[in-house]
Ligand binder design. Sequence first.
Ligand code: ZN
Length: 460
Amino acid sequence: MLAIVIASSITVLSALNSNTQLLTQNKEPKNEVPLEFMNWNLTKKPPLEFYDTLIQSIVKRYPNLAKAYVIGHSWRERKIWCIELTSNVKSKESKIPIAIIGNIHGNEWEAGLATIYTAWWFVVNYNYNITARKILDNYILYIIPILNPDGYDQGVRTNLRPTDHNGDGVPFGDPPTDINGDGIISLMYTGAPDSKPEERKFLGYESPDFDNNGIPGDDPKQGVDLNRNFNYMWWRYDADTGYGQARALAGPFPASEPEVQAIQRFLITHPVWALATLHTGEQSVLWPWCYSPNPTEDHEFMESVALRMARAMTQVTGRGYYYTQSYYDYPTAAELIDWAYGRLHIHSYTVELYCPGTTPPSWVPMPYPFGKPAVWGNPIPEDNWTYVGHLEKWDNVWLRTRGYDVIKDLAPPDLELMLKGWIEASIVMIESEPSGTGPIVPDYIGWYDMPCACYNITET
Ligand SMILES: [Zn+2]
């Protein structure tokens, strides 16, 4: 379902970019979702159906600018959609392709929203905004709002590869469950009614203990971190290095996951000059390498683009965004941007849109970029302890509700500023191309990186 409001024509123009110029009159046909009037100031995470409806509406309303197709499926057979945007004023061969990819991490839902907002913004503004028109006349944008639909639906970072976390032979045998119906998975403890928090004993995650092993919620619906599974430097860090980041959730072998295979195949068959992968949890723009402190051949170019992207987002949102080579944020391996640059020579950026809270996290290398803290500035509620007494098979149960869990599906304040800031950054990235050699698909990659030999995209 779409969140829409009917507004006056004054509101329509104010919803567009400040550089807006009315190039042509665009009358709204009857019986269609009035996309131009969409209200993007959502209060909470929209369901997956929001994206399906919006994609179909964009394609139907703007057939000369947009088409959509399925590039693959998740473990749960959910479709991974790509929206292809370009005008027909020039041949496709003469245009520069760019990709924007959202929600490789399922719980970072604002990233998926910003990605589909990009598609909406460019089609709705094509007739009104000179920059939007120039870009769709000269570039092809491949927009993949949700690469990890299973994780998005479940509200978890990983995909849903069936995984047996507690070793009893049954995957997902004891998923954390909202027993008391307050919409939040709490942590379970035992302790006397008059006990202090530090005296209480941790039991596990809110769950009736489906598998009866005495530990509630110890087999969650979590699979592989897709952004550690790409077929480049996979498992580069072993247990001895202590980083842990690459190893923990990297999957059984390189590109083992259908979602990763889908985007690898897509980029091999649709090589782009630049790509952005959108995330939340920080406010930053990062570029390869993730796995190494060494600079890439294109280090100075990507650094200069990232700086200008971060500055654009800072200016629009009033919040700080820093920029650094991804390794210096924290080292990881087998991320999308390392694969895309390492294998295909695509200029690649990780864009982190939103960090809740009022204090920059400890690992942030540049806590006050452009003079502003690299956080959104909304306070995270304190942890809340509730004594519930008897619950399922335990007595003296306490539920601890973490502040971060309370706000994770609530939209940040000024959500629309975040979306507009990202649009300005995306324009910086797009207009920085073409630069350098462009993408290079090595001849070995056809058999090496495309596990499915028969590759067809499905048109709508
Ligand atoms: Zn992420």
